[in-house]
Design a protein around this ligand. Structure first.
Ligand code: PHE
Length: 450
């Protein structure tokens, strides 16, 4: 095969790619979404299902996605078109790329609003140093979430920052940002683990997080675990496919993916170990929904010596981690507009972000409709969240698995993966051909039949 080149440049090294991909994976999905989804689904059984999904389903799909991107060397639409032509597949496979672009933009529309809450909590944390302010964490969260002006401003700021980075090209700047943000975030998380284990209700919290059996594992929990695995790994919508188009050849995709998966799962577990002992110590309801982390951490920061400043730094870093994920959510659409429609990259980044901003206003306003209607106002977000992570991401992942497992021939996938044709390759191939399709279809079927 003649080597292809991407018009968007290349990562300077494998490390740069691993950093960018980890930056895309580690974000609100680990810190905000993981604990609240785990809390809503009863803890231990969900966490176990999540870990199994990450390893058995997420990892092989991540390898499949990186494989397609690196072999195609173009945006997800063009890469899937090119590879399906080469492999004599059906022309309809471009839908895989198109669906992914749509999924990413829909996710970003609410991701940006939540990242905006994180930005707002920078200020909220500082304000909590004023006596009395910190007492009612639930009310404070409701105020932040329900304040249309703050949400609007923070959502706009966050998306503006994402557009600005993507307009300049992801390979510039992203490596440096991730190198700075991720280690610092992990250090703060480790400090918080120490804090939570010393003041939290450790026994109750860890039992909730790690012991299965409190609730029965059903189709619902399985689908939620699968969706969370894809969401937190950034798999199933083409972000890693787009990034992999800039990955130099000659690196082994299996090991690269394993590093990203390990880093991402480690961060989620750290967050779980922080949040649940505190949840039980403060008497926060574990199934209280999307405010869980904001409320729990705000209470902890209010009690901690120096917590106001620590909290502000933490939420700033969390917003930065969310930024490196938002960039990945934008990249497939921007790369596609720039390559296929000849739109200058800069303009493409701003147009796409503008569209996402508009759609995101729906989330801003429905959350801002006021506490009286809090129950119904979460439905817009809840529907969007369900469609993206529990339907579209699993569908995207299924398509990637079937494409690499059944449409592409064994020789080309083996050549691209670079793990030989021994047991590791066979395991990957059985996962993409059988395990992933069975798991995704099984989860859909079980959840639909509830
Ligand atoms: N994985 C990111 C997070 O956990 C979110 C994301 C999903 C990013 C899909 C890119 C693609 O925050």
């Amino acid at each position: 095969m003649t080597p292809r080149q991407s018009i968007h440049g290349q990562w300077s090294s494998r490390l740069a790619f691993v950093l960018a991909a980890s930056g895309s994976a580690i974000g609100l999905g680990n810190v905000w979404r993981f604990p609240y989804i785990a809390g809503e689904h009863g803890g231990g059984s969900f966490v176990l299902a999540y870990l199994a999904c990450v390893l058995l389903i997420g990892l092989p799909v991540m390898m499949a996605e990186i494989l397609i991107g690196r072999r195609g060397r173009r945006n997800p639409v063009a890469s899937t078109r090119l590879l399906s032509e080469e492999e004599a597949g059906h022309a309809g496979w471009v839908l895989l790329g198109k669906l992914g672009i749509l999924t990413g933009l829909l996710i970003l529309s609410y991701y940006s609003v939540v990242a905006g809450w994180s930005l707002a909590y920078v200020w909220e944390s500082l304000r909590a140093a004023v006596p009395g302010v910190a007492d009612d964490a639930a009310a404070r969260f409701a105020t932040v979430r329900g304040d249309v002006v703050t949400s609007f401003v923070c959502h706009s700021l966050f998306l503006g920052a994402s557009a600005w980075v993507v307009a300049r090209g992801v390979a510039r700047g992203l490596e440096r940002t991730v190198k700075l943000v991720m280690p610092t975030l992990v250090i703060l998380l480790l400090i918080l683990v120490g804090y939570s284990l010393s003041v939290g209700a450790v026994r109750d919290g860890l039992a909730f997080l790690l012991l299965p059996g409190r609730v029965e594992l059903d189709g619902d929990i399985f689908l939620a675990a699968l969706g969370q695995a894809f969401f937190s790994l950034s798999v199933g919508m083409g972000a890693l496919m787009a990034y992999a188009a800039y990955l130099p050849r000659g690196h082994e995709i299996g090991a690269t993916s394993a590093v990203i998966v390990a880093a991402n799962t480690g961060v989620s577990l750290l967050v779980g170990v922080i949040v649940f002992p505190l949840v039980f110590a403060y008497g926060v309801a574990p199934d209280g929904g999307e405010g869980l982390v904001f409320q729990t951490l705000a209470l902890a920061f209010a009690d901690m010596p120096g917590g106001a400043l620590f909290g502000a730094v933490f939420f700033l870093l969390l917003s930065a981690a969310a930024l490196t994920s938002a960039i990945a959510l934008l990249e497939p659409a921007v790369a596609w507009l720039a390559e296929a429609r000849d739109v200058p990259r800069r303009a493409a980044a701003w147009w796409v972000s503008g569209a996402v901003w508009l759609v995101g206003l729906g989330t801003v306003f429905t959350f801002g409709a006021g506490p009286e209607t809090a129950e119904d106002t979460t439905t817009y977000y809840a529907a969007l969240a369900f469609i993206t992570s529990d339907v579209l991401l699993p569908l995207g992942a299924l398509a990637m698995a079937v494409f690499t497992g059944w449409v592409m021939c064994k020789g080309s996938t083996a050549e691209e993966l670079g793990i030989g044709t021994g047991s590791r390759f066979r395991a990957w191939r059985s996962a993409t051909r059988l395990l992933v399709p069975l798991a995704v279809l099984g989860a859909f079927w079980l959840a639909a039949g509830r």
